[in-house]
Design a protein around this ligand. Sequence first.
Ligand code: BF8
Ligand code: SF4
Length: 657
Amino acid sequence: MKKARTVEEVSMDPAVQQLLTKARQEGVETAFDRADAHTACGFGATGVCCNHCLEGPCRIAPNGKGPQRGICGASLDTIVARNFLMKLTEGAAPHAEHGREVALALLEAAEGKAPYEIRDPQKLLRVADGLGIETHGREVNEIARAVALKALEDFQQQTGVLNWLRYRGQKKSVAKWEELGLLPVNAHLEIAQSVTRTAMGCDADPLNLLLGGLRMGLVDGYSGLHMSTDLQDILFGTPTAVKAEYNMGVLDAKKINIAVHGHLPLLSEKIVTWAKQLRHEALAAGSEGINLVGVCCTGNELLMRQGVPVATSFSSQELVIVSGVLEAMVVDVQCIMPGIQQVAECYHTEIITTLPYVKIPGANHVDFHPDNADEAAQAIVRRAIANYGKRNPDKVAIPTVKTEAYAGFSVEQIVGALSALNEQNPLTPLLDAIVSGQIRGVAAIVGCTNPREQQNVGNVAVARELLKHNVLVVATGCSAHSLAKHDLMNEKGLEYCGEGLRAVLKAVGNAVGMESLPPTLHMGSCVDNSRPADLLTAIADTLDVPIGQLPVVGTCPETHSPKALSIGTYFLAHGVDVHVGVSPQVKGSEWVTQTLTGDRTDEELNLDKLFGGKLIYETDPFLAAQKMLDRIDLKRRALGLSVAGDAPQPEDTVEHL
Ligand code: BF8
Ligand code: SF4
């Protein structure tokens, strides 16, 4: 067995270090310990093991020793490309299901069958317009119903193209995808076809398999990300800037603590409501009230719209329970470690699953469906209240670590802030800053934390390095938690910004009555990666260039999830360079690796040639940042923009472009 890492080697977050120490003292095993106990299988880690049929598993040693084909004759490249496509499919499917769940909830709400109301009717009108739905003279619910049905078409139609792609896709990118025959028809059809093509005896052409991967990226992007964000904003409101608290110190020993974990805001929004309404019952139970905290992306959803504090991110989810003050952890879907149940059994915490297709042995289940949302939320809050008396005071220890951070930066909010500088053309101040070089480029830091990695180190190091070089950084998902916890979403982090960037953040901040915008902008959950995509579309359209020509990058330094790969593929399909700091498990095939990283020197296709963006796999955050800066500079030069150190360009202005 490998040597266990020290708590400092596991995470740079002092709260996680404290709770992991406590867990180890109390004999409680967590993902960090299991990560130490596991040795990655070299075959699986490089993508060369195939178990797509019962003849196998077949594994091909990339060093040329042993059999060089599977029993069926599949080559190394086929096996690696097929495994990669399967990962992308596993990433796209949960996001598409997310979109579909929200579409169904909107439909039921519009038909009066589910207890939700439209909190942002203006966004409803904009989305309806974008989808070509008649809004004139129609009731809100009638329009909402039409929008929901349009969304559901994206899971049913047998011909045509995803409505959401037609609506949200940048026209120049869509034309490229059309030319390559990549336009998805409906999400379920594409996912089923993708599973079929990876099945034994189907698609064996590595290039065709990778193109299938790009389709999965588009399915994820439009049926998952964009649809989910648009419909959630309609139902629950479009986020506006909000100051909130992060880290384990948000737990409150005097209150009944409930953690909401997973991804869908459908139930958790109701839990916010019922936690307020049942406060008197919590007081009657001897507590000082109910304290809701978020974990992972359900946490991000509630943070963005309700300012609910965030306890922690993916890799340390079990440690929230180790605090000894958590009465219930309510989970919906995705990124929920089954290990939470084993940890909960060492304390008084009740794990409550809520969806019929996401259950954990030993956990309790409260079935949630949009039409019983109020009943389910009430039942859950009452279970938490009932658990309060079971708390063991000897096991209570809440780290006092807590950080203030801003969140809520929807595109609407960013444009709103910019319009304080230029009401007519809000994007102009941002574009001028990019053109002048005050802002060198834009980076989206996305994705997760991963128990095998030193938590937050990659996310924070990449962010600080990019900020130092005047790259405007936006963030989503659990990587946003990393940045927030380490002061990159409050004023303190401004010290990491280069001069040009800091001046822009201050100017925009001042215009809206703040000392400054925070150094990095929290744009939401993982499905909210649609928001940076919308921002890029608006910028590229203003400049009349394809998104791929903009000096922008995406990066997921610490991911664990196939969803991050399919989101990354969505951006790659636009020609945006995407960095990943954790192995995407394709190294076994030089052909697949070089096609993705754009490093093939022969004349055949690679991603960079095809779209103008490529995958950058680099585990060292400093080297990764440098590689991203090089690509940003390359794109700046191609646009005729100045790059520090180059000979000066004449007249850098938006008009000049
Ligand atoms: O969808 S960032 S660990 S919670 S996968 Fe999961 Fe990764 Fe967190 Fe959000 Ni996204
Ligand atoms: Fe082996 Fe081919 Fe079956 Fe894969 S599909 S396990 S390579 S026989």
